[in-house]
Design a protein around this ligand. Structure first.
Ligand code: SF4
Length: 526
């Protein structure tokens, strides 16, 4: 079977997609990064006046040439902070407008057809997939925001009569909805099947012609919608490293090749009361550090890549201890960043070793500066430890990006001020600060027993594809909540040192952190 896997817009186009690279390594197929093609095509169409979008900064209307210059800058060395921030402002001003417009138009399929320029961009970005003449096309929906784009691309492919599949991390919530009638559109007329968990085994079974009823993690329609059981690969060491050979690695919006790599699947902690990540994976498993080392070695050699993102939900400190030692012993010259939880296990020695092995940025799930709230989250962290870890990490030479959660249930106004005091106290050690307001999601422990968190009224999600519920927070009026969100955002921007945009394009943070470190890697020749 000629199987094509597609990563759809709109995500930051700084590095190739992780999920379909792992699938390509496991199953004979062709992988397409349509997200990258979309960004390049949109820039070209804006310049030619073929895409009906206008962007502004304040009251100033931007010129298409501004977008072209910004993209040229972002694809090259990004190391002038002022120019970087200007380019990112232009890039996001345009792409927020473009993506909102395209997304809106794609949703018109249920009632007719999108406008011609959107049909045109969909046609242009999907044409490489069509030229491959696939027997089936699978879309990888990592985040829900990709859904409308998928719908547009799928309608285009459907005209050719190609069977279409859906998969990806964000399908773990209500996968049946993707084959239901939504806003007058019967999605089972468009998609043949939905893969709602890790894709390797089920997609292989599909490609080998197994009947649907025997394929795990599959949702499909017969008389009714049927959801098959879950299963997964127990031993991650059995998997090959990801295969990036189908992607134009030098065309991404970064001056260096940055590759994503998984050292584990799932989260070792799985206890945070607001989190539903435990539902998106089969279970927590790790790949041995020796295998991770050999992955790094192989990927560096094969793709001339030295920058990596460990795309795990959360890497355990003990694994970093072992992995750092192996990288140093091997003398592998790599740079990387990862998401981590700020516990005292990240002590000074470990962080120094991590820096020595190539860690240049860490993304810490801090969430709150108040111990009562951290305990309520069951985060397993202590405010004092967090502060020490951030200081030690900074002193080791690592850039700290931290995530905060605003208005966690029961958080009082006094505790909000404690958050701000925490941020200011630790300002010397922070590189980028970001966060979001608390969201109550189906599948979280908080959803299971909201009354334990002071939540009285929960409404089930209004959007069938999203696990987010409405709820009543008696401690803040809507006005106060809006005001507070703006205050948090302002504080995040003020506290972020070189650029707050690193929160949106994290790969760039790795490059900048390495560039400004004591021993940066030699840069790729232009
Ligand atoms: S929030 Fe992070 S650390 Fe907590 S359970 Fe979820 S993935 Fe794990």
């Amino acid at each position: 079977m000629r199987l094509a896997l597609v990563f759809p817009p709109s995500m930051p186009p700084t590095s190739p997609p992780c999920g379909i690279a792992y699938l390509k390594a496991f199953i004979p197929c062709k992988a397409f990064d349509v997200n990258l093609t979309y960004h390049d095509t949109a820039v070209h169409m804006v310049q030619k006046g073929d895409l009906c979008v206008e962007a502004t900064i304040g009251k100033d209307v931007l010129e298409p040439e501004n977008l072209r210059e910004a993209v040229d800058f972002l694809k090259g060395p990004i190391y002038d902070p002022e120019e970087y921030n200007t380019s990112m402002t232009i890039f996001f001003s345009y792409f927020t407008e473009i993506s909102n417009y395209v997304r809106r138009e794609c949703m018109k399929y249920g009632e007719g057809s999108p406008r011609d320029d959107v049909l045109d961009i969909m046609d242009r970005v999907i044409s490489p997939v069509k030229r491959y003449h696939p027997d089936a096309v699978g879309f990888s929906q990592m985040v829900l925001d990709q859904r409308e784009f998928i719908l547009g691309l799928a309608q285009n492919l459907k005209l050719e009569g190609i069977p279409l599949l859906l998969g990806g991390a964000s399908l773990s919530y209500n996968p049946e909805a993707y084959l239901s009638v939504v806003s007058g559109l019967d999605l089972s007329d468009i998609f043949d099947a939905v893969f709602y968990g890790e894709g390797e085994l089920p997609l292989k079974a599909y490609a080998e012609g197994e009947p649907f009823e025997k394929i795990s993690y599959l949702v499909y329609r017969r008389e009714t919608i049927i959801k098959n059981r879950e299963t997964g690969i127990d031993d991650l060491d059995e998997l090959p490293p990801p295969d990036f050979s189908d992607f134009p690695l030098k065309d991404y919006y970064a001056s260096e090749i940055i590759l994503p790599l998984l050292t584990s699947r799932g989260c070792y902690w799985r206890r945070c009361t607001f989190c539903r990540h435990h539902t998106s994976y089969y279970r927590y498993r790790t790949r041995s550090c020796e295998k991770v080392l050999s992955d790094l070695r192989e990927l560096q050699k094969k793709y001339e890549a030295s920058y990596f993102l460990f795309a795990d939900e959360m890497v355990h400190p003990q694994r970093f201890d072992e992995l750092s030692r192996l990288i140093i012993e091997e003398g592998l010259n790599v740079r990387f960043y990862a998401e981590v939880k700020p516990t005292r296990d990240f002590n000074r020695n470990l962080l120094k070793g991590m820096y020595q092995s190539g860690a240049r940025a860490l993304l810490w799930g801090v969430e709150s500066g108040t111990q009562r709230i951290l305990d309520l989250m069951d985060k397993g962290t202590k405010v004092g430890d967090i502060e020490q870890v951030l200081k030690d990490s900074h002193e080791a030479g690592i850039w700290n990006m931290i995530f905060m959660i605003e208005r966690f249930p029961t958080q009082t106004k006094k505790e909000v001020e404690e958050d701000f005091a925490f941020l200011r106290r630790n300002e010397p050690y922070l590189s980028t600060v970001t966060g979001s307001s608390f969201k109550l999601e189906v599948g979280s422990r908080l959803y299971e027993s909201p009354e334990q968190f002071g939540i009285k009224k929960v409404e089930e999600p209004s959007y069938v594809f999203s696990p987010v519920c409405e709820y009543l927070n008696p401690l803040f009026t809507d006005q106060e909540a809006d005001f507070l969100s703006k205050r948090y955002s302002t504080e995040f921007i003020v506290l972020s040192k070189v650029s707050w945009y690193f929160a949106r394009m994290r790969d760039h943070m790795l490059l900048m952190a390495d560039h400004l470190s004591e021993n940066p890697l030699e840069r790729r020749a232009p």
